[in-house]
Design a protein around this ligand. Sequence first.
Ligand code: HEC
Length: 162
Amino acid sequence: MKKGWILAALAALMMTTAVADDHKQKDWRKDGSDTEKLENLVKAVPSTARIMIEMGERYKNLYWAARQEKWEFAEYQVEEIEALTELLQITRPSRAATAQDFLDEGFEKFEAAFEKQEWEPFYKAFDHMRAQCVICHARNDYAFIILPEHPATATSPVLNLK
Ligand code: HEC
């Protein structure tokens, strides 16, 4: 009886090791061919949908940073929105042309607004950008994705909102 248990335990241990070995062999990051690695990396680059989740967060953070007169933080959000758009151009070439139009037209009013550090010029710049976001959605067959003129809240802990 005791011997039986020991044998069973040994068998279980061997199976676990085999499974672990199996996993190791299947880790393409370590053991895959260069072609397989490249193919998987290309598949893993962020899609438009993923990038847009972050875009939406930064959109809200930008609005509320200005409402709280955290101007440097607001400026930083604009820079990150631009960087995200450039990332999208790389990961999804089919969106590159419309993304370029957004880069060319979406941000033109921010510089003067950040120099003044006042709500009114800021909001004009923000609203101008919002219109360009929505134009890009329409041009990519997502006209139903519209953005609030006044986001109700934002997620960054820096802003400490509910
Ligand atoms: C290059 C064009 C383009 C630009 C510029 C753009 N978007 Fe988008 N956005 C899209 C597309 C396309 C989708 C649909 C994503 C998909 O499923 O592929 C989308 C989806 C979204 C979504 C929905 C995400 C979700 O699943 O809940 C949000 C929010 C969003 N965009 C916010 C913004 C904001 C804010 C801006 C401007 C600061 C912006 N987008 C600028 C193309 C764009």
